[in-house]
Design a protein around this ligand. Structure first.
Ligand code: PMP
Length: 433
């Protein structure tokens, strides 16, 4: 069957009549790679199916949540039961306590956890409590790290902001952005100089410990330890944004892998099993400032929603049933990366490959990539050719050079073999261009 997106093209035009750019989140529009995005009809396991009848092996996994694959039978069964019990009450449930218990057990730095509805909400709320606790205003973030789309952190942000070339959005008041200071990721000297000058005014440093929003970038050895030491020295709080890396690079997130204890942590994605969720938490003395325990206000009509809690609980329970879950998914990801690398070598390309657990990514760059500036040296035109060549062969990667890819437990050896084979054809196309 020849690959076409004719129905998608019609659907996209229709969507644009009612929705800005036809999508509800910018990168979905394929602005970063050109062309028409497939419109998805359904998904099962490691595969997604579009309205044109195309089937893809999916390495986007809804941008990270679907660590078990799509429509996992046990998660779906639990959700069916939950659905019959009503979809939202706006009152406490046992589910919230149970998921909070699992999270605080998995991530010992989190004494208390508050559920919200998205990663954006988590990072927005965590800054408020950090400022209240320290009685300081300034926030430090890293160029190319993305923490959601609220005003304070939409400054030199990665993900869609980079793909679309708008890292500093119009509409963010200078007065707010002015309290956000940006430094380069992996640059200890830059961070310590900043703290030498303004350390007493800095409430918190927020960091993706393993950045996945400028493509996948890895921390240099000891880097995160130094960030921890500097923040501690100046009485600033360290916030790990583990919305992507939490329950993904390891059960206990990047803080388990790198053995760092942040003061506060943000979560999302996997802990909602594909339903809208976010969470923030950390040290008891800080989190007890949040209403109604304390004076820092933060609330939500749908926060702790029973469907989201059910999907998150089922996901974490399934993950923990297999003691080797993370070992296996990491090995599978390594096998895929090794296969892709071997194909790249056949064509003599110097790509940069990175892997962290079940996250992976490749940069079309001959230079090592360790921060935003080096990530941006990548050849996005080559990426587009590669991306479309893969899509046409039924492999669905994130439609941007500046996003990570995700393996799920549902991916099979056949999926991996098919992906590596397709990569050979895609690299050939890139070589010809
Ligand atoms: N933080 C990180 C590290 C993320 O990767 C994302 C989303 N990709 C967010 C925050 C924002 O989460 P959401 O899209 O759920 O608002």
């Amino acid at each position: 069957m020849t690959f076409t997106l004719n129905k998608a093209a019609t659907a996209f035009a229709e969507a644009k009549r009612y929705i800005p750019g036809g999508v509800n989140s910018p990168v979905r529009s394929f602005r970063g790679v050109g062309g028409t995005p497939p419109f998805i009809a359904r998904a099962k396991g490691s595969h997604i199916f579009d309205i044109d009848g195309n089937e893809y092996i999916d390495y986007v996994g809804s941008w990270g949540p679907m660590i078990l694959g799509h429509a996992h039978p046990e998660v779906t069964a639990e959700l069916r039961v939950a659905l019959e019990r009503g979809t939202s009450y706006g009152a406490p449930t046992l589910l919230e306590t149970e998921l909070a218990r699992l999270i605080t057990e998995a991530i010992p730095s989190m004494d208390l956890v508050r559920f919200v509805n998205s990663g954006t909400e988590a990072t927005m709320s965590v800054l408020r409590v950090a400022r209240a606790y320290t009685k300081r205003s300034k926030i430090v973030k890293f160029a190319g790290c993305y923490h959601g789309h609220h005003d304070s952190l939409l400054v030199k942000a990665g993900s869609g902001a980079t793909t679309l070339g708008v890292p500093d959005s119009p509409g963010v008041p200078e007065g707010i952005a002015g309290n956000t200071i940006t430094v380069d990721y992996n640059d200890v000297q830059g961070l310590s100089s900043l703290f030498e000058q303004q350390g007493e005014e800095i409430a918190a440093v927020i960091i993706e410990p393993v950045p996945g929003n400028m493509g996948l970038v890895l921390p240099k050895p000891e880097y995160l330890d130094k960030v921890r030491a500097i923040t501690e020295q100046y009485g600033a709080l360290l916030i790990f944004d583990e919305v992507m890396s939490g329950f993904r690079v390891a059960y206990g997130g990047a803080q388990e892998v790198y053995n760092i204890t942040p003061d506060l942590t943000c979560l999302g994605k996997v802990i909602g099993g594909g339903l809208p969720v976010g969470a923030y938490g950390g040290r008891r003395d800080i989190m007890e400032l949040i209403a109604p325990a304390g004076p820092v206000y933060q609330a939500g009509t749908l926060s702790g929603n029973p469907l989201a809690m059910t999907a998150g609980l089922a996901t974490l329970q399934i993950v923990t049933q297999d003691a080797d879950f993370y070992e296996k998914i990491t090995a599978k990801t390594a096998a895929l990366c090794a296969g892709i690398q071997a194909k790249a070598k056949e064509f003599g390309f110097a790509y940069q490959f990175h892997q962290a657990g079940s996250m992976f990514g490749l940069f079309f760059s001959e230079q090592p990539v360790y921060d935003y500036a080096s990530a941006k040296l990548s050849n996005t035109a080559a990426f587009s050719i590669y991306f479309h060549a893969m899509l046409e062969q039924g492999i669905y990667f994130a439609p941007s050079q500046f996003e990570a890819s995700f393996m799920s437990a549902a991916h099979t050896q056949e999926d991996i073999n098919a992906t590596i084979y397709a990569c050979g054809n895609a690299f050939k196309k890139v070589a010809e261009y």
